[in-house]
Design a protein around this ligand. Structure first.
Ligand code: ADP
Length: 283
């Protein structure tokens, strides 16, 4: 039996919603073709550094890229991208992202003072996330990279359920304690039907700049083993390197400031692996 008229239109719309990898209640962010989330099980493993450098690496192919810092408790994007100030409002009363190095950025750090107590932030978290997701004028973006808070709590769940996400990347050090939490993160994304594109193993090796000896400070290949267990790929390895830390702290991310360096190339490789695994964007 054929369907005609408004009924078939409704079905078509439903199909579009489902193929956009979203649950029907999910709503796309206006103007954004693909959302990539960067997550980690625990803090301090290099998630924000990866998100920032990934955004810069994705933009090297003349793509329009945005960076949303959803790490509401500890926003790093203002410092790492050397940005501060209050976003202006557009005519439609949406917040305009701040721009640096060609990346449109939005962060809780632009909206509250650095010294705002964590307990107050806690009360504001959900409404802040809602604002960051729905009240930003991104213009037209090929990719929006979201720096998630660490862990698998309400914020991560809420983001995963509210917008269609093309893929998630999980960053971990090769250390058991980080890997256990990374495993939980991967499981969470699977439960909410967000495709996990792969793992990034950060700080797996340190090479002494003088004698060139390599040391595996946090372990050797832990993320690779976890990837095998979860049937996921490792998108790349980032060494523990002084220049990465210095570049982040001075607001000159390494992919921008030292694009020819080996470490920048490691982030560029990860970006290429990410793009290769993304589904085709919806127009
Ligand atoms: P997270 O977002 O997981 O909390 P960050 O990205 O903020 O972690 O990184 C924590 C600290 O470690 C930052 O000072 C950052 O500059 C540094 N860092 C991250 N990755 C590396 C790396 N591969 N080599 C050296 N320092 C790193």
């Amino acid at each position: 039996m054929g369907l005609s008229g408004p009924e078939s239109e409704t079905l078509k719309q439903r199909r579009t919603e489902i193929t956009s990898r979203g649950l029907p209640k999910q709503k796309r962010i206006e103007g954004v073709k693909q959302v990539i989330v960067v997550a980690s099980g625990k803090g301090g493993v290099g998630k924000s550094t990866t998100a920032v450098n990934l955004a810069l690496a994705l933009a090297t192919n003349s793509k329009a890229v945005g960076l949303l810092d959803a790490d509401v408790y500890g926003p790093s994007v203002p410092k790492m991208m050397n940005l501060k100030g209050n976003p202006e409002l557009s005519q439609r009363s949406l917040m305009r992202p701040l721009l640096n190095y060609g990346i449109a950025c939005m962060s809780m750090g632009f909206l509250v003072e650095e010294s705002t107590p964590v307990v107050w932030r806690g009360l504001m978290v959900m409404s802040a996330i809602e604002k960051l997701l729905r009240q930003v004028d991104w213009g037209q973006l090929d990719y929006l990279v979201i720096d998630m808070p660490p862990g698998t709590g309400d914020v991560q769940l809420s983001i995963s359920q509210n917008i269609p996400i093309s893929g998630a990347i999980i960053v971990s050090t090769p250390q058991d304690i980080a890997l256990i939490d990374a495993h939980k993160g991967a499981e969470m994304f699977r439960k909410v039907h967000v495709p996990v594109l792969g793992l990034v193993q950060n700080m797996s090796v340190f090479q002494c700049p003088k004698c060139k000896h390599k040391t595996h400070i946090f372990g050797d290949d832990g993320a690779r083993k976890l990837a095998q267990t979860l049937d996921l790929d490792v998108l790349g390895d980032i060494p523990l390197h002084l220049n990465i830390r210095e570049a982040s702290d001075t607001g000159q991310p390494i992919v921008f400031s030292q694009p020819e360096s080996d470490v920048a190339k490691a982030y560029l490789k990860i970006a290429a692996e990410v793009v290769r695994r993304l589904p085709l964007p919806l127009e």
